[in-house]
Design a protein around this ligand. Structure first.
Ligand code: ADP
Ligand code: ADP
Length: 222
């Protein structure tokens, strides 16, 4: 079925129309790449679908339920419960060990520190980071730090993981490793995936892609 959909999404910033009426569907378990040049509206589309901002027009449907008119607080709860996020390098809290970075979203949903930490250590182990649990982000390589970010995105068992240029700060080989972990771990967790990228090599990891230009979808491919 369709897990997440955007219908007729319009978003303006003053005189700039960032999204000019975008329709997009995300199926259960699907990995979708959103490509296009800088400034085309990719991040704005991700922000609207993920409830980070609300669109001026259109609807966002999560399993058929319109979540586009929620309050700020409602969107915040929606994000915590249903979505996971992987952004460009540098998003982890620098003062916290890897396992505490990963445990945090689970604790925000009500898990005890003990349970959350145990789950975090399991996720880190399954993503190839056994032995790194107590390192701080600055003591990890860029690729390791992004795998910690993947663990943090998945610990709450989200419906959808959103990744905005997840390999933007990595070299090609490390970026490919991170994409492999992101795509495979997300699939194994039963989540769908949206990856915003300007990089063809990154998009190639996703089962389907749409191309955005000037706030419109101008192409789609498998
Ligand atoms: P992309 O992710 O493809 O680089 P964005 O979605 O970030 O594109 O931006 C699309 C357009 O909207 C651009 O013209 C950008 O300058 C504008 N824009 C995005 N966010 C804001 C904002 N918070 N305030 C003003 N303009 C914005
Ligand atoms: P494994 O052998 O562990 O299952 P693979 O290397 O076969 O992993 O990759 C898993 C998935 O990722 C496959 O669907 C494959 O087509 C895809 N894949 C592998 N390498 C790349 C690549 N460089 N670019 C895009 N997709 C890739």
């Amino acid at each position: 079925g369709i897990r997440l959909a955007g219908h007729g999404l319009v978003k303006r910033f003053g005189a700039t129309t960032a999204l000019a009426g975008v329709d997009v569907d995300l199926a259960d378990g699907e990995a979708l790449a959103v490509t296009g040049p800088s400034g085309s509206g990719k991040s704005t589309l991700l922000h609207c679908l993920a409830g980070i901002t609300s669109a001026d027009e259109g609807a966002v449907l999560l399993r058929g339920e319109d979540v586009s008119r929620l309050s700020e607080r409602g969107r915040s709860l929606l994000r915590r419960k249903h979505f996971g996020f992987v952004f460009q390098f540098g998003q982890l809290l620098a003062e916290l060990p890897a396992q505490e970075n990963v445990a945090l979203p689970a604790m925000l949903l009500g898990a005890s520190r003990k349970d959350a930490t145990r789950q975090a250590r399991q996720w880190l182990g399954s993503l190839g980071l056994a032995g790194m649990e107590t390192r701080r982000p600055g003591e990890l390589s860029g690729g390791q730090a992004q795998r910690v970010a993947v663990a943090r995105a998945l610990i709450t068992r989200p419906d959808v993981v959103f990744a905005d240029e997840p390999t933007g700060a990595l070299d090609q080989a490390t970026g490919a490793e991170v994409m492999k972990v992101l795509v495979e771990a997300t699939r194994a967790a039963g989540a769908s995936l949206v990856v915003v990228t300007h990089d063809e090599n990154v998009a190639a990891w996703c089962g389907r892609r749409i191309e955005v230009r000037d706030g419109r979808v101008v192409g789609a491919a498998r």
